[in-house]
Design a protein around this ligand. Sequence first.
Ligand SMILES: [Zn+2]
Length: 497
Amino acid sequence: MNHKKRIIELFLIAILLHSPWVLFADEAATASRFEHAKASDPQLIAFVKNMPKGADLHVHISGAVYAETELDAAIRSPLFFDPVACRFVPAGTAGAKPAKDMLTDPTLATKFLDAASMRGWFPATMSGHDHFFATWSHMNGPTDVNVMLAEVLSRARAQNLQYMEIMATPLQGRAREAALANPPAVENLEKAFAEMKKRFPAMIQASKEYMDAQDRDVAKRMGLARPITDSGNPIFFRYIFSVDRTAPNEDFFAQMACGMALIQADPRVVSCNILAPEDYTMARWNFDTQMRMIDFLWNRLGKPNLTLHAGELTLKISPVEVMRSRIRKTIEIGHAKRIGHGVSIAWEDDLPGLLKEMRDKGVAVEICLTSNDVILGVSGDKHPFNLYRQAGIPMSLNTDDEGVGRSNLTMEFIRGIRDHNLSYTDLKELARNSLEYSFLPGESLYEKGDSAKLKPEFAKIRTPDWAPTPAAKKQMAASEKLKVQTRLERAFVEFEK
Ligand SMILES: [Zn+2]
């Protein structure tokens, strides 16, 4: 009898091993492991940090780096520390102490770290918004941007990310000054554009050289043989050109023109974004003009992909009037394919109509949970996460400023799990969205963006012994997006083993 039972058991195992149920069994076992991990945050960290997470699409390089990196660079430079302004200064500044004193005087180091990050934010006595935006005045830049990129990309890789889109503008130094000095008047946009076009060739050339050097140097720091923007690496990135939304209109136009010209000229630059606090007076006053300028340039410079911060607002920091159309205008006039934050969505006029438009156009929202909590005080059921989810709007999870916010993408997922009761399937969807709605070029692995429907050559990609056919290899070579999506699907198979 026992013998007979054993034979039946072996027979059933053999069937399972050769059927798609194996995938189901592995995914179900992983989902069950995930449910058990919910017992405590350390268990969740252990689970989520190894889980493949796709991409982080909303990263400010200067906010992603830790203040400790800045402190180390200042001590090694060697710079001086001004304890009143709480920032690093050159030798000879009155009242400044050598930065190396911070090695033996921990209160000095603490003072800096607290001011330069949310470590020193005490919610009972100060505004998270004000403390957050003040951190930039303390992080005044002894750290080389290549060091920052290597730090941020290495940290992402250690958490099983495959790709990043980073707000790190590849137009710096003298080339930046030459391209943006004396910006043309903007009463007549055609004239202003004609003036800017004269500056493009030198600007593009200088930016390419800057990126070439950065590509090699960051890869070297990370021990990678290929340039760091090469999609053959286990992690790579693309640039997003940052434009200051609090700048005068002439400067805004000049910056946006350079950014879009660069997107057209070099595939390493995939988008522009507009940054600085959306509630600041200049940003509020100039918003409509800025959207008109973006629309003008977008139509003349190849209709590039754009992700734009919009709706990072609450009643505490903004009159409700601007929130009634901020996200809609950013999509309809500003041509945003992705919205950064979108926190104020519920205040938009004709909300059902806007949500339908976002669904129809495939506009995704870059959700930044830690950032929204510490800057805006929006978390849990105050956050529109569930509003977007119920409306079927694609979302991805992002870090925004992980160094300043003292977080990382693992913790963003854990916030999502804790605040919005996410399942393992939800986590996978968020990871898949981050590549589907990335600005990597090429066709998707999924039919009509639906991850349940794989392209025919990849139908078996979620089974353990899948290997690409020559036709599949050809498609992977033709589409960077599909190639990286393939990598994510295989990483899931590996994770679920
Ligand atoms: Zn941001």
